[in-house]
Write a protein that binds this ligand. Structure first.
Ligand SMILES: *Cc1c(COP(=O)(O)O)cnc(C)c1O
Length: 403
């Protein structure tokens, strides 16, 4: 419980109190939507003074934010132990690209985890390459190969945990320590756990990136991203974002703040339901592998217990000996799970995935699996009753084999 200092309070409490200092909220519970591009100054001297300070809380021009956005930045910074500040971006991808551009320059080499979110891979292979940054993918489970992948031009590493789609958990503190020893900056996409479930900066990363589109928005009606960092990288992130012209609207910032208030209870409920479904799927003979590090006994579960303080509703599974036609029959038969990209909303979603095209260092099927174990499905669990979701999966599994 609270011992006085703000950081001593539990995350559940900080989700309620953060970003609500009277400074930006105008003394109402939710900071109002404060729309503005232009500040009017009384005279030329005040105008010249105004440009000098580039900090949250100093309204100068809309591109540097305004009270609603600052309140959200404040809240996210308070929730990320070790952060000096947070920069907002118009999407999660913009946060990833904006952070990479803040750190890298032509001639640098970037190491990217092989199970990164696909658009992150594409940024390395496309945009960054065009601007003279080289990349190498690495298997995050192979520390020796990771260490060997560094050269004297390696400037940064891009981490993600668990891995996109295939859900491998890696040892972030160990990888970040190696990177630090080699003089490289560690960036981490922490969208899955958020700062509630994993403290990226405390675990050795320099920049913690979150797609707010997912759990923070929480209602599938918002696109936004954020990057939090200690003083040094926060300054650089802020400067680069302003140079790139990244802004978010006060309306969206207000929605993100609203989502943030309930994120803790949503994540708890989604985690509990996901675990129930993962256990149920694990016992089904149609399923070859459940990819859910939160599940006791699963690969990565020890790291999960060691490093994470919370999970979420996103996990995957692999069908046993079924082909894509059977997989589509299963997904099409689902009534409660929507078919669509994204995740972290209050509604459940299902997505077929094949990772061969988006991996270059990690094999699929994995070592020890059957050759036919390739047909993956990712589930994003929402707030529905778990019994209804299980009944839906049960009828869809039957439909899969009736076809
Ligand atoms: C969705 C997602 C993003 C990107 O977020 P957008 O807001 O859709 O651009 C980044 N990382 C991960 C892991 C994601 O799932």
């Amino acid at each position: 419980m609270a011992k006085g200092g703000k950081q001593d309070r539990s995350p559940a409490t900080r989700l309620v109190t953060s970003g609500r200092s009277g400074d930006f909220s105008d003394h109402v519970v939710n900071p109002p939507v404060w729309r503005a591009s232009t500040h009017l100054y009384p005279d030329c001297e005040a105008l010249r003074e105004g440009v000098k300070s580039n900090a949250d809380g100093q309204f100068f021009y809309g591109r540097r934010g305004a009270p609603t956005q600052w309140a959200l930045c404040d809240a996210l910074t308070e929730l990320e132990p070790g952060a000096a500040g947070t920069v907002l971006y118009p999407s999660g991808v913009a946060a990833i690209v904006g952070s990479l551009l803040a750190v890298l320059r032509a001639g640098d080499v970037l190491l990217v985890t092989d199970n990164a979110y696909d658009p992150t891979r594409n940024t390395a292979m496309g945009l960054l390459k065009r601007f003279g940054v080289e990349h190498r993918f690495f298997d995050p489970l192979d520390h020796e190969a990771f260490e060997a992948a560094f050269c004297d031009r390696t400037k940064a590493i891009m981490l993600e945990n668990p891995g996109s789609l295939t859900m491998e958990l890696c040892d972030i503190p160990a990888l970040a320590r190696i990177a630090r020893e080699k003089g490289a900056v560690s960036l981490m996409d922490n969208t899955w756990a958020t700062s509630l479930g994993f403290h990226a900066l405390e675990h050795g990363c320099d920049i913690a990136i979150t797609a707010l589109t997912k759990h923070v928005g929480g209602h599938s009606d918002l696109m936004m991203g954020a990057a939090s960092a200690g003083e040094r990288w926060y300054r650089r992130l802020r400067q680069t974002a302003q140079q790139l012209g990244h802004v978010v609207s006060p309306d969206d910032a207000s929605l993100a703040l609203r989502g943030l208030r309930t994120m803790g209870v949503r994540l708890e409920r989604e985690t509990a339901t996901a675990l129930e479904l993962a256990r149920w799927l694990d016992a089904r003979e149609e399923i070859a592998h459940v990819l859910c590090p939160m599940l006791p006994g699963s690969p990565g579960h020890e790291l999960w217990s060691r490093d994470f303080s919370g999970g979420c509703g996103l996990f995957s599974f692999v069908l046993k000996g079924r082909d894509d036609v059977a997989r589509c029959r299963l997904i099409d038969a689902l009534e409660l799970f929507g078919i669509g990209y994204s995740w972290g909303g209050f509604e459940s979603l299902a997505l077929p995935f094949d990772v061969t095209p988006v991996r270059s260092k990690m094999s699929w099927p994995k070592e020890g699996w059957g050759l036919e174990d390739t047909c993956g499905i990712r589930l994003s669990i929402g707030l529905e009753d778990p019994a209804d979701l299980i009944a839906d999966l049960e009828q869809a599994l039957a439909a899969m084999d009736e076809g």
